[in-house]
Design a binder for this molecule. Structure first.
Ligand code: G3H
Length: 542
């Protein structure tokens, strides 16, 4: 065992070493939310194992932190679907016809109850997916902020629709209406935030939802079930548990899902969409795979580039869809860059999620360390090396970050989305090389350009804006600020998910129109003056 392996092993705590504040009592979830009821489950369950191991007399043991319902068949999911369909009631249900002000009031009630659960949700984030304490708090706070920004954007949207337009002798009022039943599924790396970035706008726009928590990151939703139950009318929010591979196809094949909101893999999204019997009735809001590249030009500021590439590739152990997953560096700069990047990589502090200053934490996907090892072996077999000392050392769920060079076409790391702490670097002589790589990629989310010479940056920007959906200059790739559009080309996304765009994604423009005649104007005026309609209204939401 190397010194680094011993060090990594020793970072896993014994039971006694877990700080009191972050100790976890296993949460054996037996309740789930369907049709406005918290129902009790007495069937089979799925055990939840933390990425954190504990040191025992028998060696390292993965900590059991709870369990959740795992129905053997799809009946519970179909019950949840029926509840959502009933609550929507073809657009005539209480929720889709409720006034905007009343819907906002429900959402505000939800968020105030949600905030009360912060401590428990944050603790579960750390234990379920190994996210650091600081990042777990950030994820929670960012989600609360997202909800409050969404409410504001919703008010703006409604205000814009609170007037009539007269064009070519036609009077019309244009608003956005809900789409129906939305199936929301978030990813394990942002199980709270990214799930809610679809769930919340979908609800607010008047849809009813089925919400299936990610496999890693399920329990942390449990403390919020009661807030959903008591804040919204019955059937508006329904939870779905079970094996995704069977339950989700059953839901899609029913033809009763109107919107598929999935943050996950393009392969899964592709096959689910095809299962819907009436494809024209399905809208998909998808945020999928990405292999964002950094292009480091010969005149790049090395210190700044190292800092941003470190953040971009290593935040949450590289497990972000927006992570920099391949670095293209001009050969004239490669040695200097690799030297500095390797030094900084080895300064990253491994630790438990709650350890102060921890930057490298255990990985939640059980198969990930073996997969990353396979990538490193594959690269080594084709002439690349791990440059930083100890890079790639793994002890159970811990993998120490690896800097791999020179990566080339044919290696797994060249095209596959590693989604972990491995940084492949490719040298280039001609700028056409990274450009062609990006053009030929299956993904098209973002890119980062590092350099100082403006003419070169400008030329690259103009070429790359037609390949990806965000070009970052001297900065890592990232989703935020959440008011900026977040999307991608090719297999990286469908639809756009900013605060404002998400409200649009989960609704459709609808017009009520009439000819500009006196009798019609009288009808409209009477409806508006007597507040007879929610749609035909000039009511202004404050
Ligand atoms: O996993 C993908 C996330 O949307 C990335 O968000 O760039 O804010 O970490 P982030």
């Amino acid at each position: 065992m190397t010194q680094l392996s011993q060090q990594l092993e020793s970072l896993f705590p014994t039971e006694d070493q877990i700080p009191d504040e972050f100790r976890i009592t296993p949460l054996h979830q037996r309740d789930y939310l369907v049709d406005g009821e918290i129902r009790s489950w007495d069937g089979p369950t799925q055990e939840v194992l933390s990425p954190v191991y504990v040191r025992t007399a028998e060696g390292l043991v993965r900590k059991v932190i709870g369990s959740y319902p795992l129905p053997a068949d799809d009946q519970e999911a179909l019950d949840a679907l029926d509840a959502a369909v009933r609550a929507y009631d073809n657009g005539r249900g209480e929720w889709p016809t409720m006034s905007v002000t009343a819907r906002i009031r429900c959402m505000e009630r939800f968020v105030s109850k949600m905030v009360e659960q912060k401590k428990e949700v944050v603790n579960l984030l750390m234990w379920e997916i190994g996210k650091t304490l600081g990042d777990s708090i950030k994820e929670f706070d960012r989600t609360v902020q997202y909800i409050s920004d969404t409410i504001d954007a919703f008010k703006d949207l409604d205000r814009a629709g609170s007037r009539f337009r007269i064009e070519e002798g036609i009077i019309g009022q244009i608003r956005r209406s809900p789409l129906g039943v939305v199936l929301c599924m978030g990813p394990f790396n942002y199980p709270l935030n990214e799930t809610y970035t679809t769930l919340i706008p979908a609800i607010l726009m008047g849809n009813t939802v089925l919400f299936k928590p990610p496999k890693h990151g399920t329990l942390l939703h449990h403390p919020l079930l009661e807030a959903f139950q008591t804040s919204f009318p019955k059937g508006v929010v329904n939870t779905v548990y079970g094996r995704g591979a069977t339950v989700v196809p059953t839901l899609m094949k029913s033809g009763k899902i109107n919107v598929l909101a999935l943050i996950g893999s393009s392969r899964v999204a592709d096959s689910l969409k095809k299962m819907h019997p009436k494809s024209n009735r399905l809208r998909a809001v998808l945020s999928l795979d990405a292999k964002n590249a950094a292009v480091i030009l010969p005149d790049a500021d090395i210190e700044l580039t190292v800092k941003e590439c470190m953040l971009g590739s290593m935040s949450f152990n590289g497990q972000r869809c927006t992570a920099l997953k391949i670095l293209w560096v001009h050969r004239s700069l490669a040695d200097a860059f690799l030297q500095r990047f390797g030094e900084e990589l080895n300064k990253l502090k491994p630790g438990m999620p709650w350890d102060k200053g921890a930057q490298v934490t255990p990985l939640p996907e059980p198969g990930k360390p073996a997969y990353l090892d396979e990538c490193l072996r594959d690269a080594a077999g084709q002439g690349a090396r791990v440059l930083n000392e100890g890079g790639g050392t793994a002890v159970e769920s811990f993998v120490f970050p690896a800097l791999v060079y020179p990566v080339k076409e044919g290696m797994k790391l060249y095209r596959e989305e590693q989604f972990g702490p491995v940084v492949p670097v490719v040298p280039f002589d001609d700028i056409e090389e990274p450009i062609r790589y990006i053009i030929n990629a299956d993904h098209g989310q973002q890119v980062s350009i590092f350099g100082t010479e403006t003419a070169q940056i400008a030329t690259l920007v103009d070429q790359l804006v037609n390949q990806v959906s965000r070009v970052n200059i001297n900065a890592q790739c990232q989703r935020g600020p959440d008011t900026f559009p977040f999307t991608g080309r090719k297999d990286s996304a469908e639809g756009t998910l900013s605060v404002e765009d998400a409200l649009r994604s989960f609704s459709i423009r609808t017009v009520v129109a009439t000819k500009d005649t006196d009798p019609n104007k009288t009808i409209l005026n009477t409806i508006v003056e007597q507040h007879q309609s929610e749609f035909l209204s000039t009511h202004f939401v404050f």
